[in-house]
Design a protein around this ligand. Structure first.
Ligand code: IVH
Length: 726
């Protein structure tokens, strides 16, 4: 507790009180310090609204510790210093519950009938007819933690016990004391005298963020080689483990929280006990005595009110900072509760309406590897069907090799599967004690399971990818769409729906098949009108005359974008030279690094990719080829041009192509590094910027002149004095 982080900024000095304090008796000083620490602990842990910096809290805490050390006879169990540091126990003592800890009947249907059935039962038991008014209920969350009974005598926490079998549980007081949210001493509340005996019942749980942080720390310990450490499967499990720690020092490191929801043993009203008339009022009293009560508690009327609560919580469940497994309905009026009484071991006045579980156990039947549209290989656990999170789950992704290895899921394993909200199902963990020894470790395949091409995992990447590219059927749709897009070979009208139809109907098995379909093949597709088929045929025909950069980009080789395709085309001049280039030759190209070079080599090393290229050519796809750049002159290499406004005869694309053909780069904005700005009519801010920076400005004539001079040996001294290579 002394390490709690209240604010972190510098404190107000507390020393000004020292002179006053010396005048007080030691026991009075201790009493005051404890009051202050209880008050500020409650503000910090339960209300989340601290009023003093943590350094000030620490100072008060240390003062109290020092006084208690000097006067051990004044030490009491409810002192804030007693939250940590109890001796390690051999075993927990058994506690007999004076009032048994009952469980409640559970409704599990997902619809409203659970609430309606409960309301109907209550009305029947109470003899209410159809015309009688609706019953008042309290609707609460069903927290997914473990039940705890906290006993206070004269306002001081004297015992904390688990539910056990309902009759007797375990004495876990030292661990429970470490939970900052649980008052060691009841807060004095206005008009609510503290009862001589009060057992408050509620749920100990772990918040999701605290759970994640705890597991993070556990993983770090395991990575550092710590023995006997493990991660926890869910917050409930982590909370239960912490409560049952024999070493309260360890329990103190596990961040636990608490919500109050019920009453156990209590002094009767006749002997000065509290006189509550409703469950809601009792919850408010718990709050004023310093216990956390969930904000979501609601007073509602009749079955309709319960149904509405159930629905609203079902929708917001995933946004809560802690896990719940349902909602609880309780008759609000305590006199009616007494009238309803119990049946076997369950109260008739309460029911739990559960949500479908978000975690279930199942077994792994197989681990398949699926190929995504971009060639990514994903290991997927095939599961024995299990109903979880409201649906039947048969698959759960293992994401990639590292994830699969981290979770070490094997065929035959019993696993915990989680599906929360709309999130895709995942394997949370493996129950290792149920593993069959012979279960082999899963490894990623070295070849694509669909097409047999090499499966490659590049350095620094998490995913394996199929290198089959166009040949791999799983990647075909994506590949066709990529090839047909406007910036590549451009086949107008060849969109996602049509490609899906072509591939799904089986008429298109490879990219070249698209060109071979013809009118007859296209017209056979479902819902394909003759006119549309004709349009596609015409678009395919038009797409055959393309350029090398567009074709190369259209092949969809990983890491080869438009700019790289242009650089490659310029450098090598022909596709054959690119296909045959060694990695070191590829590295000579502008913008081509080892990753791109390897990707190109991998792609063209697959015979089927070469075959696809050959077939596309055979279908008539063609482009002009040229000489390799090493022999061609690149007089504008290293120079940057910016085009702005409308030129009289050249389109912007044409001007760009002319410049790029000479090795120039065409950029979108003007900087000091810009060699020339080519301006047409209605040139705007780029022209202003060029003037401001003193960048030479050309009109179309000037550009044409410049290009013509480049064809002849360079003689114009003006061309040699640009700022191009600053
Ligand atoms: S009332 C006699 N209220 O659910 C009625 N229980 O079987 C006592 N639980 O393990 C239970 N949230 O720990 C009640 N708001 C809530 C609850 C709740 C969770 C747990 C409780 C017990 C089970 C009920």
């Amino acid at each position: 507790m002394s390490t709690l982080d209240l604010f972190g900024d510098s404190p107000e000095p507390s020393s000004r009180h020292n002179a006053q304090q010396q005048a007080l008796s030691v026991s009075e000083q201790i009493r005051q310090l404890r009051d202050q620490l209880h008050h500020h602990g409650h503000l910090y842990y339960t209300l989340d609204a601290p009023e003093i910096p943590d350094a000030e809290y620490d100072r008060l805490f240390k003062q109290l510790q020092a006084l208690e050390l000097a006067h051990p006879e004044l030490l009491t169990a409810d002192s804030p210093t007693q939250r940590v540091g109890a001796a390690v126990l051999e075993a927990f003592a058994t506690v007999r519950h004076r009032v048994p800890m009952l469980s409640i009947r559970t409704e599990t249907d997902t619809e409203s009938s659970g609430a309606q059935a409960f309301d109907a039962r209550v009305r029947r038991e109470l003899g209410r007819g159809d015309s009688d008014p609706a019953i008042d209920y309290v609707a609460e969350l069903k927290f997914d933690g473990l039940a705890m009974s906290l006993r206070y005598e004269n306002g001081v926490l004297v015992q904390a016990a688990t539910r056990g079998d309902g009759e007797s549980g375990e004495d876990v007081t030292t661990n429970i004391r470490t939970i900052g949210q649980i008052p060691l001493r009841l807060k004095v509340a206005h008009q609510r005298p503290i009862p001589p005996v009060l057992e408050v019942r509620g749920e100990v749980y772990m918040r999701r963020d605290d759970f994640e942080a705890l597991n993070e720390r556990q993983r770090a310990k395991i990575a550092a080689g710590a023995k006997g450490e493990k991660t926890f499967v869910n917050p409930r499990n982590a909370a239960a483990g912490a409560v049952r720690q024999l070493d309260s020092g360890i329990a103190a490191e596990r961040p636990l929280s608490f919500f109050a929801y019920g009453l156990g043993d209590v002094t009767p009203v006749s002997e000065g006990g509290p006189q509550f008339t409703s469950h809601y009022e009792m919850q408010q009293a718990f709050k004023s005595w310093g216990f956390p009560v969930a904000d979501q508690i609601q007073c509602v009327q009749g079955a309709a009110g319960l149904v509405e609560f159930h629905q609203s919580i079902a929708q917001t469940r995933d946004r809560l900072p802690f896990d719940i497994d349902g909602v609880v309905y309780k008759v609000n009026d305590l006199a009616l509760q007494a009238q309803l009484g119990f049946v076997t071991r369950e109260p008739r006045w309460a029911v739990a309406h559960k949500f479908p579980a978000q975690e279930e156990l199942t077994t792994v039947l197989a681990i398949d590897v699926q190929v995504g549209r971009t060639g990514k290989l994903t290991p997927v656990a095939k599961l024995a069907p299990v109903f979880v999170g409201g649906v039947t789950v048969t698959n759960a992704t293992l994401h990639n090799e590292d994830e699969a290895r981290r979770k070490d899921v094997r065929v035959g394993d019993t696993v915990i599967v989680r599906r929360a909200g709309d999130v895709i199902p995942e394997v949370v963990s493996v129950l290792l004690d149920k593993r069959v020894d012979s279960a082999p470790v899963f490894t990623m395949p070295s070849h694509c399971p669909v097409c047999g091409s090499d499966a490659v995992r590049e350095e620094g990447e998490a995913d394996h990818r199929c290198s089959g590219g166009l040949f791999c059927s799983a990647q075909r749709k994506q590949a066709i769409l990529h090839f047909a897009q406007r910036r590549a070979v451009e086949v107008e009208g060849l969109g996602e729906k049509l490609v899906d139809q072509m591939v799904d109907s089986g008429v298109v098995k490879t990219l070249p098949d698209v060109y071979r379909l013809g009118f007859v093949g296209l017209a056979q597709l479902d819902r394909m009108a003759d006119k549309s088929a004709q349009n596609i045929v015409a678009a395919l025909e038009a797409s055959k005359a393309t350029t090398l950069p567009r074709f190369l980009f259209g092949l969809g080789i990983r890491h080869v974008g438009e700019a790289t395709a242009k650089e490659l085309a310029r450098h090598f001049g022909s596709l054959d030279r690119i296909m045959d280039a060694a990695e070191e030759d590829l590295l000579q190209v502008n913008d081509v690094g080892p990753v791109v070079a390897r990707s190109l080599r991998t792609f063209f090393d697959q015979a089927h990719n070469r075959e696809v290229v050959a077939q596309l050519r055979a279908c008539g796809v063609h482009w002009p080829e040229g000489e390799p750049a090493a022999q061609a002159v690149q007089p504008l290499a290293g120079q940057t041009f910016v085009l702005t406004g409308t030129l009289p005869t050249l389109s912007r694309d044409q001007a760009k192509a002319l410049l790029e053909a000479q090795g120039a780069k065409v950029a979108g904005s003007v900087s000091k590094k810009t060699s020339y700005v080519v301006a047409g009519t209605e040139a705007g801010s780029k022209l202003d910027k060029a003037r401001e920076l003193g960048v030479p400005v050309l009109d179309e004539d000037g550009l044409q002149q410049l290009l013509q001079q480049l064809l002849a040996p360079v003689t114009d001294p003006a061309l040699n004095t640009t700022e191009s290579t600053k």
